[in-house]
Ligand binder design. Sequence first.
Ligand SMILES: C[S@@+](CC[C@H](N)C(=O)[O-])C[C@H]1O[C@@H](n2cnc3c(N)ncnc32)[C@H](O)[C@@H]1O
Length: 301
Amino acid sequence: MTDLPFAVQDVPGKGKGIVATRSVAQGELVLAEAALFTQILSRSNATVLAALARLSGADQRQYFSLANARKGRVPPPIGIFETNALPCGDNDVSRGAAASSAGIFLLGSRFNSSCRPNVNNYWDERMQKITFWATRAIAPGEELCISYMSVLAVREERRRVLQAAFGFECRCVACSRDGAELRASDERRVAIARLYDEVGACQNNPAVGVRKVKTALRLLAEEGLLPHIGLPLYQSAFQFCVSVADVKNAKAWIKKTWEAYCISVGPESEDTLELAVFMEDVRKHPAFDQLPRRTLTGPEA
Ligand SMILES: C[S@@+](CC[C@H](N)C(=O)[O-])C[C@H]1O[C@@H](n2cnc3c(N)ncnc32)[C@H](O)[C@@H]1O
């Protein structure tokens, strides 16, 4: 990528960060970057040192210029790794540091965290690069942030995890709420997490499943977390409609699913391309017509 839409610059209270230098459209690829090096889950200071030894002097210097939230607690090589590593090959953000493989990215590791992020990071297996997608339109001068942990926890829990693992008190727009607004936000996030579980248990009750998906999507919209935190929900609604052979609504849901994937992980990603067959014909889904036929409902406009 030559024309990057951002600059790495100082952000008050956060060290360095990534700031838009021009307008960024929703769904735009912000950055695709190969890892400086990766490590598997059972990493240690010794394995990081071994990887560093294979790098050039210039790359080693860049590595040691990255943030270290664990200064004084663990040796710098592993401290820097744990502060900056991003998941490679496991795109479930809720797994965070538990991803099976994680890597250091000289630019990508400069993204700060927000609990209402405007960028989604996604490991593109075919490109062997991490990709960053704007999930909302971003104005020049606005900071681009990913999320370092599951955003569906209450603020107290988010702050506890971010403080322990990354050494900062999160003051993002979601964490800066107080009073009734904070309570409402916490309640929404807890309700969304619960709805996620309940949707997963609705295979034999698709009408209830679709209703729960729509409630969760409404709450996600209120929290400013669509579309990327809703990806599995769109897909579940599609599957509920497919299972009862509701072709019209299945088509509407697969279109929504595909659009959400295009924005969050790009139109050419493996996960998006897997949906193409159903965009062509929803009847090709293995669960098609497996439950008694009925008409459910489609997505809200
Ligand atoms: C992966 S680095 C991100 C880039 C880092 N700011 C830098 O200067 O290189 C993670 C560190 O950035 C800082 N950080 C990230 N998100 C932050 C936020 N929302 N508020 C304050 N500091 C944050 C914390 O110091 C954290 O340990």
